[in-house]
Design a protein around this ligand. Structure first.
Ligand SMILES: C[S@@+](CC[C@H](N)C(=O)[O-])C[C@H]1O[C@@H](n2cnc3c(N)ncnc32)[C@H](O)[C@@H]1O
Length: 241
């Protein structure tokens, strides 16, 4: 079974520890994404949602390399933003961007009840071993009426590329198709906007390098192509409060 391909691997702690032990794989993946046919970037939409929900104290879980956190702080300098991640390398990268960050597991947050006005979980809820436990934990540290901002991928995310390489689209526990239902188990009001994005690879090697960040086997089996290629990504941006 290729690395990080099935649901159990997506949430397996030792697999995610390896996957995010350094920032390289995530940076390789982030670098190819741009807006889709509507010209909308899910990250821009997520940021606009966070900023428009009012400032105060915001907690990000699974912050990765910290670019999203940095961009929120740049747009809203008075925000009290704390970024967290399970991976010490991600926390270090985020601190290097000048954003306060600390190591924390999403399902065991070292904060008191009602400590935050808002929370962010971007492309990370598909990794947590206990999804409902994590959402209960986020709810606990959010004040009444606080908002959770979420981004995730849909079932057909990069489906064309994955099929060309001989694989199948990745099914996870938290996708565009079930995210609103899952969040609705813990929050009263949920909104969702689906956004098509575009991954552009300058050549076959670049597409293989992307696939290799989570499945060396798929990277080896992608048939050769000449020149650049782009593939559709399917994402969703949600708010829950
Ligand atoms: C796909 S990356 C997304 C990073 C960032 N949010 C972004 O959008 O670029 C997933 C991140 O979640 C972190 N992560 C995975 N499981 C976690 C958990 N149980 N608690 C906290 N962070 C976790 C990983 O270390 C990684 O940085």
């Amino acid at each position: 079974m290729p690395e990080m391909r099935d649901m159990s691997q997506m949430t397996d702690r030792s697999t995610t520890d390896r996957q995010y032990a350094s920032t390289d794989r995530l940076e390789t993946r982030r670098s190819v994404w741009g807006p889709g046919p509507e010209g909308v970037s899910p990250t821009d939409l997520l940021r606009a949602n966070v900023v428009s929900s009012g400032f105060g104290r915001i907690l990000e879980i699974g912050c990765g390399t910290g670019q999203f956190a940095r961009s929120v702080v740049d747009e809203a300098p008075t925000v009290d933003y704390l970024a967290t991640d399970l991976s010490p390398a991600m926390v270090e990268a985020t601190r290097a961007l000048g954003v306060p960050a600390q190591v924390a597991a999403a399902d065991d947050l070292p904060f008191s009840d009602d400590a935050f006005d808002g929370a962010v979980a971007a492309w990370m809820l598909y990794h947590v071993p206990d999804l409902d436990g994590t959402l209960r934990e986020v709810r606990r540290v959010l004040r009444d009426g606080g908002t959770l901002h979420v981004a995730t991928n849909g079932r057909e995310h990069l489906g064309e590329l994955l099929r060309e390489a001989g694989g199948e689209p990745l099914v996870t526990q938290f996708m565009s198709e079930n995210a609103a239902e899952v969040l609705g188990r813990h929050f009263e009001h949920v909104t969702q906007r689906d956004v098509e994005t575009r991954a552009t690879f300058v050549d076959h090697d670049a597409a293989c390098a992307y696939l290799a960040t989570f499945s060396p086997e798929l990277a080896r089996s992608l048939p050769h192509f000449e020149g650049p290629r782009s593939y559709a990504g399917r994402t969703a941006v949600l708010t829950a409060r």
